[in-house]
Design a protein around this ligand. Structure first.
Ligand SMILES: C[S@@+](CC[C@H](N)C(=O)[O-])C[C@H]1O[C@@H](n2cnc3c(N)ncnc32)[C@H](O)[C@@H]1O
Length: 207
């Protein structure tokens, strides 16, 4: 099981945004939508071993969290507009409280922020994705890892401090600061490669 948590400091928790201009009207929700695509969508399908949490800290209805489970969610298309529609519909529904409330198959909403996610995750190895941290290839990732990513602004200080206090390990996917969705793709690739049997290098028989 892979879990990704993207913390959107300005991403809106309200459904009032334009699907024609998500980047301009939804507090950079577009950054989180691209992470969702990168985490869940593969060519002609969805990853059924992956769950994504979008922590929405912007707008009047904040804070709220959406949880999307690749194992059971249906009708997810990889384009940003379709994902924006999925999120907009989910945010239009009143949510009951800090427990995740199912809205449709595989999509749940909860009132709250990081603490709600942590309660839902239970005990798990936590990794904080950060430029300049230890390389992800320096040591194998633990089974059941949960990956936390920031948005276009990075992490807010309180979330970062809370995760480190919980023992989250800071790791990087490479020496360059890249977009959050690219980080998700690179991490998924690392996990895919680790899960596949290693290809034996071609060797010449001694003559
Ligand atoms: C566009 S970056 C944010 C850049 C922002 N200027 C900062 O200083 O955090 C978005 C998120 O992607 C992740 N990220 C970007 N490059 C990374 C890298 N090389 N290794 C690990 N995580 C990275 C971090 O979680 C970061 O919060």
């Amino acid at each position: 099981m892979r879990r990704f948590v993207v913390i959107g400091q300005t991403a809106t928790a309200s459904p009032e945004f334009s699907l024609n201009d998500i980047a301009g009207t939804a507090g950079r929700l577009d950054v989180l939508l691209r992470c969702l695509r990168a985490a869940l969508c593969v060519s002609h399908g969805l990853r059924d071993d992956t769950t994504v949490y979008l922590v929405l800290l912007g707008g009047e209805r904040a804070p709220r969290v959406l949880r999307i489970e690749g194992a059971i969610v249906r009708f997810v298309r990889p384009d940003e507009r379709s994902l924006g529609t999925l999120v907009q519909k989910a945010l239009a529904v009143e949510s009951a409280g800090p427990a995740f409330t199912p809205l449709r198959r595989g999509v749940c909403v909860a009132e709250g922020a990081l603490e709600v996610v942590l309660a839902d995750l239970g005990p798990a190895p936590l990794y904080l994705l950060e430029e300049g941290a230890r390389d992800v290839r320096a040591a194998p990732l633990e089974e059941g890892a949960v990956f936390f990513l920031g948005d276009h602004r990075g992490f807010d200080a309180a979330s970062r401090a809370r995760l480190l206090a919980l023992g989250a390990r800071a790791i990087s996917v490479g020496p360059v600061s890249v977009h959050a969705d690219d980080v998700v793709t690179l991490l998924a690739n690392e996990l895919d490669r680790a899960a596949s049997p290693a290809e034996k290098p071609q060797t010449q028989e001694p003559r």
